[in-house]
Design a protein around this ligand. Sequence first.
Ligand code: AMP
Length: 217
Amino acid sequence: MRLILFGPPGVGKGTQAKLLAKEFGILHISTGDLLRAAVADGTELGRRAVPIIEKGHLVPDDIMIGIVREILSSPKTSNGFILDGFPRTLDQAKELTKLFRELNISGYKVVNIKVDDNEVIRRLSNRLVCENDGRIFNVGMDGINKTSACPLCGGRLIQRRDDQEATILLRLKIYHSTTAPVFDYYEKNCAVVTVNGAASIDIVNKEILAALKDVHR
Ligand code: AMP
């Protein structure tokens, strides 16, 4: 199974990607997580990426394509993969198509998760991440508030710097101007399934699985 997960920031791509990766036994490739890991490790890539991520801008295409090329070329993806957060620009999408050709990767599907902007703003401004294990929580969910500890490991729950309101609005603007056209590109070029991301995690997951049933066989 080869999947590209598409949708605005905060739509739940990371959560759904983890579930789908488990379901199909495929590699979850989150470019945002890879960048944050590079930042945490203090690598050259991380140092370059920090100010870009914190301001809510996009990391340059050549860097992102290099990262994805390296992973897709590795045996870790032999069972399949789910791309989460890539491609985010038309150039990334076109380079990915070339890369798929070069690596003989075919039969991939695009899953588009949709929610409106107000819901994105509401979710991102309430999102907290466990500093220790990276799990995501929402204020108001299961009694979580801004001073709660991670209910699973006791780690500190923090707000991502790019989840502050001004940065959320900028990320949404960039999504509409730069990332949304990627969807039109895929609609013309391959199979796309669209699900409503406003439902619960479980329902969204079931809807995606049902929509993918044909590829599932
Ligand atoms: P995410 O966790 O997917 O929201 O990504 C966090 C941040 O990482 C984004 O706001 C961008 O700054 C950067 N990033 C992740 N994926 C990409 C990509 N495909 N192209 C450019 N920047 C990216």
